[in-house]
Design a protein around this ligand. Structure first.
Ligand SMILES: Nc1nc2c(c(=O)[nH]1)N[C@H]1C(S)=C(S)[C@@H](COP(=O)(O)OP(=O)(O)OC[C@H]3O[C@@H](n4cnc5c(=O)[nH]c(N)nc54)[C@H](O)[C@@H]3O)O[C@H]1N2
Ligand SMILES: Nc1nc2c(c(=O)[nH]1)N[C@H]1C(S)=C(S)[C@@H](COP(=O)(O)OP(=O)(O)OC[C@H]3O[C@@H](n4cnc5c(=O)[nH]c(N)nc54)[C@H](O)[C@@H]3O)O[C@H]1N2
Ligand code: SF4
Ligand SMILES: [Mo]
Length: 866
């Protein structure tokens, strides 16, 4: 079968994959981002491309509609709103998961034809503080370095990034480099002891937002220890004195770290010329995110450690095209090609190049303000593309209400049902990964092609095409692209504007590609000037983009912290799920790693708050409440509780953590502070807990329910406040299984109830309930779905010799469970390598290696007989 080279649709590492139409996905050995490696999510892509749940026709008010009718309706509603209330009465909310071509067309339409800049993107929740920090320091939004720098460095400082789970292939590259050259030191700055700490020489469990104090203190240390590169700063940097004065006024102990740890870090940083500081959402998603970025950049500028091999600050991007979105001007406060809305010459040049009727004259609404404007009735027509704000925005319930309130909302998505799609007036079906075609830019500025290897199903269409068709219905010229290659060509050609205005984003070397040339485009790092070599690093010799060509160090003053004895809610990601789980949630393998939302709590806090492992706890803020499984671990920071962001109204309504997060933002970037929320944490008084598997799709019907895919069907964790009387009825409601005969076994002594529903000879559903969290072997119970086993045997919930229970999945690539691994460790296979040899665990993406090491440490080795 033909193999198509394309790019993984998940994280900003931007791995090359090879795909066949039957869904076999392998790493692309030739791609410079991953050289063949893939992580668990990339490896499981084949499980996510089925048409189950896909939106295949346009819908108006829930009813299937013709494309022509839907497009005309969208066009007339947007035209009508603009005519009646002006261009700022409409808005687009888009996504770093759109391809560059989609993003470009959306921007062109909003900024050049509607004449408003009310287009913002989920990158506001993700990269905005890095963008603002880069612009303040460099005069442009540029990531100076490359992935290789991390491998060539002597010290890699990882700040607010769980690289092992969120950019697993980069983590693997770093781990491999460290194995080959053990001198590489790794420091992890994160309140939690994450899987990334597995390769850390030093873990700094900074308190929430303590980073600015830490890096300000570092600047002072660098000055006091003669580590400043005065030649570099004299020639290329402004603002040193002010930044240093502000740093000196800061107490590094405000970082919450121990004196010895701080000293060890400063010493390492001071003596390592080749240092890369890599950072992500623990830096960006904060009330002082932009300042934290600049506190980091200050240290690199002051030492001249930037733009040379093995050194520099490195903001890793989250989504596959987070970087591409910044290049096309996807944020409400910029124009494409790194040009500025505020600059009249830039605006005029862009309008002239587009030959467009108008151009926005001021920045538009940033995400949080945009949804506030929806709530205030100021937005009359809203179009959401490729993002799920009803789940991912802070104050998610208010955002859902705001979307519902907009008189006309369009949602373009690949799925029939999402929390946001459920609020739309019009649903438009988009072509999905594997079907669509275009380009993305990864964290190291590398532009790669996403190519289609599957036919577009039903009536779905590419996002750029839908936008062009609406534009044409609205009577606009400038949208008659024949294909995505033509869109890209216009974009690449007009990057001549970047050259004209001396900006960095030059891809004129990619202008004039034929459709065949575009199809054959190899991954290429920008800048791609015409007639000169592409790629490389920025700023080794200065050449910044402020008017005088110099960089600017920023005076950073960490915000005062209100003293509080309360808990802090920190939110983020888990290894095997992607955001709101619309794609990864379909993979049984990925669902087996962590199948429900949880709250990671430190043992001391658990003791104080009377929380018990595996019970439920309740989290409250003035904005909302959540019920979550308690996971007690010393890896958590005392006083902080970590909750993943992935669960939705469909998969775990009480686990939607953004209902709790207030819409508080960074003053420079407008990025929400999703990682530092005062919260109250208490024990939830549940009367009963249950676990169920079913061959049919389950709905979350109980006060607590978390639903995941599993082999042969669905699995659910449930709990209730009141003990049910009729357990068969309860089991049928929870499992959604209306057929077959039910066998109910109740043990009055323990209160444990077991229900098996058998259809013909096959197990159709199983349900276990108890006053305490149910102790059944979940992986074993899942394996019984659809099996021809005796109902009573199934109800034991324990594995027999013929069906060993593998336990919860540790390695998602090869589906290896914890019990299987434990068995091997007990037999003496007590290294990560031996476990890999025995079970393959950890040998593909390696994302589970930290968990393998932890397991080995906890399982005692047998003592050899004398
Ligand atoms: N598996 C998986 N991978 C993903 C994604 C996914 O959904 N799933 N999403 C992608 C996207 S869009 C993004 S943006 C990236 C995000 O990638 P990351 O930023 O690595 O992920 P997060 O888990 O959001 O947050 C990282 C860490 O910041 C820490 N942190 C919290 N507060 C602070 C603080 O004040 N200071 C410091 N130093 N650290 C703090 C948290 O404890 C957490 O471990 O991941 C990408 N990759
Ligand atoms: N509390 C908290 N909240 C957070 C974060 C956090 O760390 N903590 N992180 C934030 C960050 S960094 C990010 S990036 C956001 C992510 O949050 P979202 O962007 O809301 O999450 P996704 O689930 O990726 O949403 C993508 C949507 O696009 C659809 N889709 C997939 N492919 C296509 C396509 O080709 N075309 C179209 N039109 N649709 C498609 C998917 O089905 C899905 O509904 O969440 C943010 N929210
Ligand atoms: S690291 Fe994993 S999720 Fe990220 S691009 Fe590579 S394969 Fe995809
Ligand atoms: Mo993100």
């Amino acid at each position: 079968m033909t193999k198509t080279c394309t790019t993984c649709p998940y994280c900003g590492v931007g791995c090359g994959v090879q795909a066949t139409p039957d869904g076999v996905i392998t790493g692309d050995n030739a791609h410079p981002a991953n050289f063949g490696r893939l992580c668990s999510k990339g490896s499981a892509l084949g499980e996510t491309i089925s048409l189950e749940g896909r939106l295949l026709t346009p819908r108006i008010g829930g009813a299937a509609a013709e494309w022509d009718t839907a497009l005309s309706l969208v066009a007339s509603k947007f035209s009508g709103a603009i005519a009646e209330h002006g261009p700022d009465s409409v808005a687009f909310y888009v996504s770093g998961q759109l391809l560059t071509e989609d993003y470009y067309v959306a921007n062109k339409l909003m900024k050049g034809y509607f004449g408003s800049a009310n287009i913002d993107t989920n990158s506001r929740l993700c990269m905005a503080s890095s963008v603002a920090g880069h612009k303040r320091a460099f005069g442009t939004d540029t990531v100076p370095g490359t992935y290789e720098d991390m491998e060539q460095a002597d010290l890699v400082v990882i700040v607010g990034s769980n690289l092992a789970w969120c950019h697993p292939v980069l983590y693997q590259r770093l781990a491999a480099a460290r194995a080959a050259r053990p001198g590489i030191k790794v420091v992890v700055v994160d309140p939690r002891q994450t899987a990334t700490c597995d390769i850390a020489d030093l873990h700094l469990p900074v308190r929430s937002d303590g980073d600015a104090a830490l890096f300000n203190g570092l600047l002072v240390h660098l000055v006091e220890n003669g580590k400043i590169d005065w030649d570099y700063t004299d020639a290329h940097v402004n603002g040193f004195a002010a930044a240093f004065a502000a740093a000196r006024a800061t107490d590094p102990l405000d970082s919450g770290l121990a004196v010895e740890d701080i000293a060890a870090f400063y010493d390492l940083f001071g003596k390592s010329e080749k240092v890369v500081t890599l950072y992500s959402q623990g830096v960006n998603q904060s009330v002082c995110g932009t300042d934290k970025v600049n506190a980091i950049l200050n240290c690199h500028l002051a030492t001249g450690r930037i733009g040379r091999p093995g050194m520099g600050p490195f903001s890793v991007t989250g989504q596959p095209n987070a970087m591409g979105g910044r290049e096309v001007g996807g944020l409400a406060n910029m124009l494409g090609w790194h040009l500025d809305i505020e600059n009249a010459d830039h605006r005029f040049a862009v309008q002239t190049a587009w030959n467009s009727p108008t151009i926005c004259t001021k920045p538009g609404l940033k995400a949080v303000d945009l949804f506030q404007a929806c709530a205030d009735g100021k937005i009359k027509a809203l179009w959401v593309m490729s993002t799920n704000p009803a789940v991912s925005m802070p104050d998610a319930s208010a955002v859902s209400d705001a979307i519902a309130k907009v008189p006309f909302t369009v949602v373009t998505d690949v799925l029939e049902r999402t929390d946001t799609g459920d609020l739309a007036d019009v649903l438009l079906p988009a072509a999905a990964w594997g079907e669509k075609s275009g380009t993305v830019t990864n964290s190291e500025r590398r532009i790669s092609r996403q190519r289609s290897f599957l036919p577009i199903p039903g009536e779905a269409r590419a996002d750029w095409l839908i936008l062009c068709q609406v534009a044409q219905k609205m009577g606009f010229d400038g949208f008659d692209f024949a294909n995505e290659a033509e869109v890209f060509d216009e974009y690449a050609r007009l990057s001549e504007l970047a050259v004209r205005f001396k900006r960095d984003f030059d891809i004129t070397g990619l202008a004039g590609l034929t459709t065949a040339g575009y199809d054959a485009l190899e991954p290429v790092q920008w800048p791609v000037p015409k007639g000169a070599p592409a790629g490389g690093r920025f700023f080794a010799e200065g050449g910044f983009y402020h008017a005088d060509g110099k960089a600017k160090m920023i005076a950073v003053t960490p915000p005062e912290r209100a003293k509080s004895d309360g808990m802090i809610l920190n939110t983020g990601r888990i290894r095997d799920q992607w955001h709101t789980m619309t794609r990864t949630g379909r993979s049984p393998r990925l669902g087996a790693h962590l199948a429900e939302p949880f709250a990671e709590v430190h043992p001391e806090d658990a003791l104080r708050l009377r929380l018990r492992d595996a019970e439920l706890c309740k989290l409250d803020t003035p904005h909302g409440t959540a019920l979550l499984r308690v996971l007690i671990t010393p890896r958590a920071q005392q006083g902080a509780v970590f909750v993943p962001m992935h669960w939705t109204a469909q998969t775990g309504p009480m686990g939607r953590v953004n209902r709790l997060v207030p819409p508080v933002t960074d003053p420079f970037s407008g990025q929400p502070a999703s990682k530092d929320v005062p919260v109250s944490l208490t024990r939830a008084d549940m009367a009963w807990y249950g676990f169920a598997v079913s061959a049919v799709a389950m709905e979350p019907t109980r006060p607590y329910a978390a639903i995941a895919r599993c082999k042969g069907g669905w699995r659910a964790e449930v709990a209730g406040y009141k003990m049910p009387h009729d357990w068969e009825a309860e089991a049928r409601t929870v499992t959604g299984c209306e057929i077959g005969n039910a066998a109910v076994v109740a043990d009055p002594a323990t209160g444990v109830v077991r229900v098996a529903i058998v259809d013909g000879a096959q197990i159709a559903a199983l349900f276990f309930a108890a006053p305490e969290p149910v102790a059944v072997a979940r992986a074993h119970v899942v394996s019984l779905l659809g099996a021809k086993v005796d109902a009573l045997a199934a109800l034991s919930g324990r594995a027999g010799a013929d069906r060993p229970d593998p336990g919860p999945t540790v390695c998602a690539c090869f589906d290896v469970g914890v019990n299987t691994l434990r068995g091997h460790i007990e037999n003496g296979m007590a290294t990560v390598e031996l476990l890999g040899a025995m079970t393959c665990a950890g040998t593909n993406c390696g994302s589970c290696k930290p968990e393998l090491a932890a397991l080995i440490a906890t399982v005692s080795k047998p003592v050899a007989a004398e």
